[in-house]
Design a protein around this ligand. Sequence first.
Ligand code: SAM
Length: 279
Amino acid sequence: MTAGVLYVVATPIGNLGDISARALRTLAEVDAIAAEDTRHTLQLLQHFDLRKTLIALHEHNEAEQAELLVHRLLAGEQLALVSDAGTPLISDPGFRLVSAAHAAGVPVRTVPGASAAMAALSVSGQSCDRFVFEGFLPARSAARRGRLAELFAEQRSLIFYEAPHRLQETLADLLGVMGDRSITLCRELTKAYETVLRMPLSELCERVRHDADQCRGEIVLVLAGCASQSGGDVQEHRRVLDILLQELPPSQAAALAARLTGGRRKWFYEEALAREPKD
Ligand code: SAM
């Protein structure tokens, strides 16, 4: 018996016109579709006049479903995996299924298409040569600030997904921890109210505070990387800081490290805090 194929199929992030011809053909041809939310995917299928068996695969049942679906694949069925929007697995369910398929020797094929992260990066006006995708930051401010402190010296552009109700507090934390860098707010991409705003973080904080519309809809933030330290400096500065932290509390270690190396005290302090154990 030849195993079937698991197709990982990207769907639009808003504008249904963005679905690819190959995605439609694949969804029409497979035996069944594993979907994050079957009601949501049913609407997509109905829009394109497709009828297909849908199987729920979400974060709460993925462990059991992955096993069942791999059995079906091994029995020769062709299956597609979709999420509510964009590319499955990218801040979406599917990792366990894809991993289990690989482990069972089932071929996994991509049917690529939209992903909010790539769409945002490409219109952000931030450097696209090298970038880091961070997905969603922690929901609680203390944990979020801690994660940002870990990312402070990252020189590549940083991509974050964010929920609209957390936008203001996340921007405030970004400004507080990362400093006043350039950032791009990418909102409602491919939809009627698509907005792309690139400006210094301090200006975006003000803008969002006075314009409630900017806190609506789906949001990606693309932040400029740290420009102030070269890679070699960062390594050396961390080494100096590590030595001082063995003897001194964070604020003193940061102040002394800055004097010794000529680096920025604030950078050392955030680095020192990031090394402290998290709650
Ligand atoms: N797998 C999806 C992808 O490939 O983009 C991402 C799924 S994640 C659960 C949903 C998040 O993606 C949203 O909260 C938002 O941050 C971002 N997103 C999705 N669609 C978007 C859009 N049209 N415009 C801006 N951000 C979007």
